[in-house]
Design a protein. Structure first.
Ligand code: PLP
Length: 384
C-alpha cells in the first residue's frame, strides 16, 4: 500500500532505535542478548494467579479513568511508608499504560511551543520525541564517564524564564548511577520560587544496591509539590510486557494530566490492576526485588572481573556500563556491532542515549537475565 500525499514528519530525526537494531543483529547472529532491558526469567506465579482470579471473577470491563482505587491506595501507602510523603488516592495518582505513557502524558499536558525542558543526557529515549511533539525545546546537560556527576552550576546557567520542566531519572538508565541527597537539594534550590515542573522517572526505584537509599522526589516535600513521580510495575515485578505504571503529583498537576490521559488511554487493564492491588498488600513482594537484583549484579561483576573492560559497579537499575577504552579506539556503535557478529554478545552503545556526538567508550549490558546466561556472557566478556 502507498500513501500518495505528502507527509511533513513531526519527528523527522526519529528512525529505527538502536534497541531494535541491536536486537535484530543479536537474533541474526544468535548472540547472547544483553542489549534490551527486560528480564528473561518468569514473574511470580502468585501474581499471575491473582490476575487470573480477577479475570475469572468478571473484572474484564473498563477500570475507572484514574485507575482501580484499591491499587491507587496501595501505591500511595507504599510512598508514605518508604518516602514519607502523603498523596491522596482520590486526586493525586493515575494508573497508566507503563511509565512511558505517564511521561508522555505529563509532557503533553504541560508543555507549549517555545517552552524549554532541561534533559540530562545520556537519557532514556522516550523523553525527547514527546517534548518535540509539543513544540517545546529540549536543553541538554551532558553527563559523562566515569561517574556521570552533575555540575549544578552548569544546570543553573541553562535555567531561564522559558524553562518549564526538568526531567530527572534515578536510578539512571543507562549509566546505572543514582542521585545523592546533595543532588536533590541542589535541584530543590534551583527550582525554588519558580513554576518549573519536574518529571521524576523512578521506574527503577526498587532496583538499587549496597543499601543506598532511593532519592525519590517524594522524600523532599518542596520537590514533591512540583513533581510528577513516575513508577512502573513492569520493572518492579519483571512484567515489562504488561505495560502498567503510574504518575503521582499534587492534584492541580494531576487534573491537567488527566485531561490528556482520558483521551489517550482512558483506563488501563482492569484485572491486572486488581491483581497488583492484592499483590502489593505484601511489602516483601517489592522489597525482595532489591535483593534479587543485588545478587545478579554481584554475580555478573564478579564473573567479568579480570576482563580488559573497566567499570564502576552499577549503583542501581539492571544495567552495567563497561568501558572499552583499553581494548579499542573504535566508535561504540561499531564495536557493539562487531562484538555481536564476532563474539556473539549484544549490548547497547551509549551513544544511543545522547543527542550529540558522544566520545565515551561505553557499552551498556543488561544483567536482568538468568544466572546461566550471565555466566556465559561473562565468559565471552573475559575473552574480549
Ligand atoms: C528510564 C526508563 N524510564 C521509563 C521506562 C518505561 O517504562 P515502561 O516499560 O513502564 O513504559 C523505561 C523502560 O525501559 C526506562 O528505562
Amino acid at each position: 500500500m502507498q500513501f500518495k500525499g505528502t507527509i511533513s514528519s513531526k519527528l523527522p530525526q526519529v528512525g529505527t532505535t538502536i534497541f531494535s537494531v541491536m536486537s535484530k543483529l543479536a537474533n541474526e547472529h544468535q548472540a547472547i542478548n544483553l542489549s534490551q532491558g527486560f528480564p528473561d526469567f518468569p514473574i511470580d506465579p502468585e501474581l499471575i494467579s491473582l490476575v487470573n482470579q480477577q479475570m475469572k471473577a468478571g473484572f474484564n470491563q473498563y477500570a475507572p479513568m484514574q485507575g482501580d482505587m484499591g491499587l491507587r491506595e496501595q501505591i500511595v501507602a507504599k510512598a508514605q511508608t518508604l518516602y514519607g510523603q502523603v498523596y491522596d488516592p482520590d486526586t493525586d495518582i493515575t494508573i497508566t499504560a507503563g511509565g512511558t505513557q505517564a511521561i508522555f502524558t505529563a509532557i503533553t499536558a504541560l508543555l507549549r511551543e517555545g517552552d524549554e525542558v532541561v534533559v540530562f543526557t545520556p537519557a532514556y529515549d522516550c523523553y525527547i520525541p514527546a517534548i518535540e511533539l509539543t513544540g517545546a525545546n529540549p536543553v541538554y546537560v551532558e553527563l559523562h564517564a566515569p561517574n556521570y556527576a552533575i555540575d549544578w552550576s552548569e544546570v543553573q546557567k541553562l535555567v531561564n524564564h522559558h524553562t518549564r520542566m526538568i526531567i530527572i531519572n534515578t536510578p539512571h538508565n543507562p549509566s546505572g548511577t543514582i542521585w545523592s541527597e546533595e543532588d536533590m537539594l541542589a535541584l530543590e534550590k534551583l527550582t525554588r520560587g519558580t513554576d518549573i515542573v519536574i518529571i521524576s522517572d523512578e521506574v527503577y526505584q526498587h532496583i538499587i544496591y549496597d543499601g543506598q537509599p532511593h532519592q525519590s522526589v517524594s522524600r523532599y516535600p518542596e520537590l514533591a509539590e512540583r513533581s510528577f513521580l513516575v513508577g512502573s510495575f513492569g520493572k518492579t515485578f519483571h512484567a515489562t510486557g504488561w505495560k502498567i505504571g503510574y504518575a503521582m503529583a499534587p492534584k492541580e498537576l494531576m487534573k491537567e494530566f488527566n485531561k490528556v490521559h482520558q483521551f489517550v488511554t482512558f483506563a488501563v487493564n482492569n484485572p491486572i490492576q486488581k491483581g497488583l492491588a492484592e499483590y502489593l498488600k505484601t511489602p516483601d513482594h517489592y522489597l525482595e526485588v532489591t535483593a534479587l537484583f543485588q545478587r545478579k549484579r554481584d554475580l555478573f561483576i564478579e564473573a567479568i572481573t579480570g576482563s580488559r573492560f573497566t567499570f564502576s559497579p552499577a549503583q542501581g537499575t539492571y544495567f552495567q556500563l563497561l568501558d572499552f577504552s583499553n581494548i579499542t579506539d573504535e566508535k561504540d556503535i561499531d564495536f557493539a556491532k562487531r562484538l555481536t557478529r564476532e563474539k556473539k554478545i549484544a549490548s547497547i552503545p551509549i551513544s544511543g542515549f545522547y543527542q550529540n556526538e558522544n566520545q565515551d567508550s561505553m557499552l551498556r549490558f543488561c544483567f536482568a537475565k538468568q544466572d546461566d546466561t550471565l555466566l556465559k556472557a561473562a565468559e565471552i566478556i573475559r575473552g574480549i
